[in-house]
Design a protein around this ligand. Structure first.
Ligand code: ZN
Length: 434
């Protein structure tokens, strides 16, 4: 098997963050108000460093530039994905993200932000904000500028194991009491619409109403017509309910319908049941990524046919190794470029911009979430990478990339009871039966 690339996470202290990244995931966080753990990221605001192995000490962005063969020679301007764990002790601001077209035209950045949330935990009674109740663009603008947020915001219950796809232009907020694993495009562009009039150190945080109104979709559409394959161009948000993933991973089974939304006529969020293949549940496939939940019941054989696979372990521990029959390490550099890089082909499938781009030039300082970036002391590095084929210990909280392993994909063998959230820009992850 190809050598996995393990990463040292980057932590973000946030006014709304808590201490659960330390207490429940074992990370050496910088403080007890740590809001985010960027587990796999090549973004300049948090570029993860490789732990161990032949690439130890290199940043993911450097590997992307100098060793594209690890990523299947994928043709994209930057490493395309970002995976983070969010600990929201308090409510995050109500916000919206731009799509690629707006990010390129107005911010000079390659990617907008399509994101999805796997709910790791939610306190009883917790809600989440997805979408709004304005029926037209005019009404949306009136309600936002008039501050009528209690009427505007669409709030729905949330529980452990829920999964949401949030397309650009979707108004949303994670509420306090929630932990989420977010898989997203490699972007940090956030426009803050409403911050509950909270004061931090005597001041309100900046809002970005003009840009928000540029990119916000109106009227909000939920789920829309999910096609069987899960490709849903034009939708704004998808809800997928899964059973809570637990250490008893073998008991995992998705259910097709959910128990939310009956109290909310607009929340017909049941159109896209997770597609399950016993231990593997495909949660979403969109033009930017496919995300799976993998529940290893003690022993599991997988086949990965993707340029690379991002893996975050959210529960359990065990070992990882490859099948001898998979392509050998030396084959990687000979891997031909993928025939269909997702960016050119799928760009057109994203919803059209909701409004003509404004004429204002891009800001030099995009309005990112207030961030205090401070690198904590390094994690204890994992032991030296064993040679291919030797089992590698893995545990809850680990983030790694399984690199490209040549055409035909790679076999992966997992021992232990674990739950993974895995993502790829394209391709498939399937259970290997023989
Ligand atoms: Zn967001």
């Amino acid at each position: 098997m190809m050598q996995p690339l393990f990463f040292e996470p980057v932590f973000k202290e946030m006014v709304w963050g808590g201490d659960r990244l330390h207490t429940e995931y074992g990370y050496r966080t910088p403080s007890d108000h740590t809001g985010e753990c960027w587990g796999i990221s090549a973004h300049p605001h948090g570029d993860c460093v490789v732990l161990g192995g032949p690439y130890a000490g290199q940043r993911l962005s450097e590997l992307w530039e100098s060793h594209r063969e690890l990523f299947g020679h994928l043709d994209a301007p930057e490493f395309p994905l970002l995976v983070k764990i969010i600990d929201a002790r308090e409510d995050l601001s109500v916000q919206v993200h731009p799509d690629d077209a707006y990010a390129q035209a107005q911010e000079g950045q390659p990617f907008g932000k399509t994101e999805c949330w796997y709910v790791l935990d939610a306190a009883p009674g917790t809600t989440i904000i997805i979408g709004h109740r304005a029926r037209s663009r005019e009404e949306l603008s009136d309600m936002v500028t008039g501050g009528r947020f209690s009427d505007l915001l669409r709030e729905i219950p949330v529980k452990r194991g829920d999964f949401f796809q949030i397309d650009p232009g979707t108004l949303h907020a994670i509420r306090g009491g929630t932990m989420i694993l977010e898989t997203q495009q490699n972007s940090d562009l956030t426009y803050r619409v409403y911050d509950y009039d909270r004061l931090y150190q005597g001041k309100k945080r900046e809002l970005h109403l003009a840009k928000s109104l540029d990119v916000l979709g109106a009227a909000f559409t939920d789920v829309a017509d999910a096609c069987p394959e899960g490709d849903t161009p034009g939708m704004q948000a998808t809800f997928v309910s899964t059973e809570p993933a637990t250490a008893a991973a073998g008991t995992f089974a998705p259910f097709a319908d959910s128990d939310i939304g009956d109290d909310d006529a607009s929340a017909k969020a049941h159109g896209s049941p997770a597609l399950a293949d016993s231990s593997i549940t495909r949660l979403v496939r969109c033009p930017y990524y496919t995300v799976w939940q993998v529940a290893a019941p003690g022993e599991l054989a997988l086949h990965m046919d993707a340029p690379f696979l991002c893996v975050s372990i959210i529960d359990g521990d065990g070992t990882l190794c490859g099948f001898p029959k998979s392509a050998r390490q030396g084959d990687k550099s000979e891997a031909p470029p993928l025939k269909t890089p997702p960016y050119e082909a799928t760009h057109l499938e994203t919803p059209p911009p909701k409004a003509p781009p404004p004429k204002t030039p891009s800001l030099k300082t995009p309005p990112y979430e207030a961030t205090h970036l401070e690198t904590p002391p390094p994690e204890t590095p994992p032991p030296e990478m064993p040679p291919p084929g030797i089992p590698i210990p893995i545990k809850k909280g680990d983030h790694f990339i399984l690199p490209w392993n040549g055409e035909g994909g790679a076999g992966i063998h997992i021992e232990g009871r674990m739950t993974w959230i895995a993502s790829a820009v394209s391709g498939n992850l399937t259970e290997r039966t023989s």
